[in-house]
Design a protein around this ligand. Sequence first.
Ligand code: ZN
Length: 554
Amino acid sequence: MSFELPYNSNRLNVYEGGGLQSSNTIFFGGPILTIDDECPEVEAIAVSDGRIIALGDRQSVFQYHTVRTRLVDLQGCTLMPGFIDPHVHLAWSAFTNYRWINVAPPVVGNRDELKSVVRAAAQRKRESEWVIACGYDPSSHSPDQSSLNASELDAISTQHPIFVLEQSWDVAYVNHKALELAGITRSHLPFSISNYVTDTNGNLTGEIRGATAFAALAKRFPIITFEQKLQDCKDTLRSWTKKGCTTIYDAALGSLWGQEEIRLVLEMASDPSTPMRFRAALIPTDDLPYTAGLKPMQGNDRLCFTGIKFWSDGIGPGVVGAFDQPFMSGIENHRLNYRDDDLVDLMQSWHDAGWQLLVSASSPAAIEQTLRAYECLLAKTARPAHRHRIEHCTLIDESHLLKAKRLGVNISHLIGHVYWGNILREHFAANNHSIVPLASGLGCGVSVSLHSDSPATPVEPLRFLQTAVTRNIRKTGDVLSPAQCISIQQALKTVTINAAYQCFLEDKVGSLKVGKLADLVVLDRNPCTVDPKRIADINVIETYLEGLPLSSNA
Ligand SMILES: [Zn+2]
């Protein structure tokens, strides 16, 4: 799968001032959207040493022109603040981009698509190299079919060992080459017979149950070095920058590689050539933040450890939640991860210590529980500036939104639940009015942002904008709850200034104002004037972090 867009900064006319390396830049010659209600559009903007020093009409901004000023003529392109994705999983995205293959729904929609994705991956590999896929969800990929099996995977390749992991991480499916490499036969089973499914003749079907039973296979997987992980993460960030992103918030740092993930972001954030600003919420497992020596809000403009992540429903990145019916991950009716008291106990010390809390909650039951938990925490320890968040909020109704507003809780939606809404709709036909209700959220005065939850869905801020404005469902083009459509001006805020607020960055980025950091994106068309159904087709021409173009360190 490729989500790449053309990326060609040569389209911008750049006049270097004085032949010297100038730290001053003036942008002009196209619409400049500030995302600042007081002055929504300006003619020119001047940047010095990474910060905005002037903006307004061309004449007033050109007073800042010196012999060392670099002039960027936008030639009709649109300049605006760089996009912020306030909920991604960098390590998971890097890992599933470059090492494993992410076949999770909704992006890979059915069993045939899954097989063709795995086949394409095998064709890119050398003989005998592992092909490892994760995110297979029988309830969504193949609801009416029998389990995947070794013969079906043999049909993809007999030269490559193939390993397909279920979304639940509890069941895996392998081909005969994988069984052979791991030395697993009918007469030699490394674990109990009950871990290995057999057919009526007693032959292994390739289905292995129980994570511990994967060990014999996982030992054969290629080892990924720290340097490879770093490179994969950098490549992933670069691909996101090409979508116009300048800030990301990792919403479960440590959930894949533990403390090594902290080392990775520290390494990247201290490397000037990494074109991204980072915020992160750590997982609380084994007191990771403290064993890593981190305190709340520790960091600087580039990287800051702000939050702690919990899951009220779902079991981690890419898993969708405790919906009213088994959905995607096969999670049962109203299954929550915790009892109320246990969730509050888990969160209280982190709340008291001053961390921002993020709780994933997609189903009404989980959203209600999370709001109850926040109410308890705040009753015990009042913290006016907590900025706690609820993540995904797929099925949130107005009473929840009003309660969130009262408690000062922010909402970050997985907007892909609308774009990929055909799947949700099948499950919630009678209830689709409350799927990601953006207009209701904004109407209640809650801070609303949009996110990808990558690798659950791709980082595509322009797609988020189009979806928020049109609510078109990918497959059918139907409009999901037209009353919940929002204007492009409202939508732009959900991927800039609102997201910045939820990342404690609203005084640094997210809108264009004098004194703010010059994190910018140049688009070949203006999202405010283009046909709303074409917003996702807008091309990113250039991205700037603190005034420096990404293409300068390509
Ligand atoms: Zn997530």
